[in-house]
Write a protein of this length. Structure first.
Length: 346
């Protein structure tokens, strides 16, 4: 029992990551085009938690409650979702470069969302449900297609094969997306900005949907941590210890597809989050998924909140697309990981 506890995620680590996450969230709420003192921010949030009325005419409340709080919550949930999905994908495929953006899954999800936006596909009652369903569906189909093609070419699913198929698939999907945009008419501007990745204008409804998705799929993935550890050694090892490999793969792939699809439908194409944070955290927690997956939830939230803060403040009052910031950081990390793999350090 003691060994099991030591190999898992320690309570002390939970507290450290939770404190860092809360501090980052407060920082992102305070800083923006208009900076709000920490004491005023804390007062507004405490009044909200107590259910008390806000001070009449409070500028801080008018900025924080309708604008910054829902956005920061949404950014945190999206970052956590993409990060834990990336960590699970890397464990399942035994590939440190695996991520929704590098494999082309995010591109597939974007195509589904673009189709929904361009042709007005909706579901009754929920305005953004059509975009979400299409993004999730295309993310799952894209993941299955990419892995099937990679397995057909190389049954060992080597890193180079998967990345090559992912790049080719991304280029193909990008051409289809551009074709759809050509016929999108007055929605071209909306789609173009959305594809760059941005959580500007996020609502509490967006945050609630993303939070529920993260809670359900994230808990399922956390429950698969032991099995992912077995996959890291090899599929044969997983079968030997009694794991239903087919069912486990399907469960993990469905959860990853849902996390990526919902994230893309809400925030657009935000690349490399699932690559950067697990890679950094693996150096802190080690490769054990019982520690890595919970750490990825907190780390992904912190990373994307800081990236969003940079996007909002570097050129303020102008705002950079969030996807541009994460891509700039992620591309450097991607090259670093690739060279380390070539030198045998990973």
């Amino acid at each position: 029992m003691a060994n099991k506890y030591k190999s898992g995620f320690r309570i002390r680590e939970y507290l450290v990551f939770a404190v860092i996450t809360v501090f980052t969230m407060l920082l992102c709420i305070c800083i923006g085009s208009v900076n709000i003192p920490l004491c005023e921010t804390a007062d507004v949030l405490l009044r909200l938690l107590r259910g008390a009325a806000q001070e009449e005419g409070s500028m801080a409340a008018s900025i924080i409650l309708p604008v910054r709080l829902p956005r920061v919550l949404c950014v945190a949930f999206v970052g956590a979702s993409l990060s834990v999905g990336g960590a699970a994908m890397q464990g399942l495929l035994k590939n440190p470069l695996a991520d929704g953006s590098t494999l082309g899954v995010s591109s597939g999800a974007s195509l589904g969302a673009i189709l929904a936006i361009a042709f007005g596909i909706t579901l009754p009652g929920v305005p953004f449900a059509g975009t979400m369903v299409m993004a999730v569906l295309f993310a799952f189909l894209s993941l299955l297609l990419i892995l099937a093609l990679a397995y057909r070419l190389d049954s060992s699913l080597s890193t180079n094969t998967i990345i090559l198929i992912g790049v080719i698939f991304s280029m193909f999907v990008s051409s289809l997306s551009n074709l759809v945009i050509t016929f999108a008419g007055e929605k071209v501007k909306t789609i173009t900005f959305w594809t760059m990745g941005s959580l500007q204008g996020s609502s509490y409804a967006n945050a609630a949907v993303m939070g529920v998705t993260l809670a359900v799929c994230g808990l399922i993935l956390l429950g698969c941590a032991t099995e992912l550890n077995a996959f890291a050694v090899g599929e044969e090892n997983a079968r030997t210890i009694g794991i239903n490999v087919r069912r486990m793969k399907l469960t993990v792939l469905i959860c990853i597809s849902i996390l990526i699809g919902v994230s893309v439908s809400i925030g657009g194409s935000i690349a490399f989050v699932g690559l950067v944070t697990p890679h950094i955290l693996r150096r802190i927690t080690g490769p054990n998924h019982r520690r890595l997956l919970p750490a990825s939830v907190f780390g992904g939230a912190v990373f994307l909140m800081l990236s969003d803060l940079a996007a909002r403040t570097i050129l303020r009052p102008r705002e950079l697309p969030l996807g541009v910031v994460t891509s700039l950081i992620g591309s450097v990390v991607f090259v670093t990981i690739f060279f380390q793999m070539r030198k045998g350090k990973l």
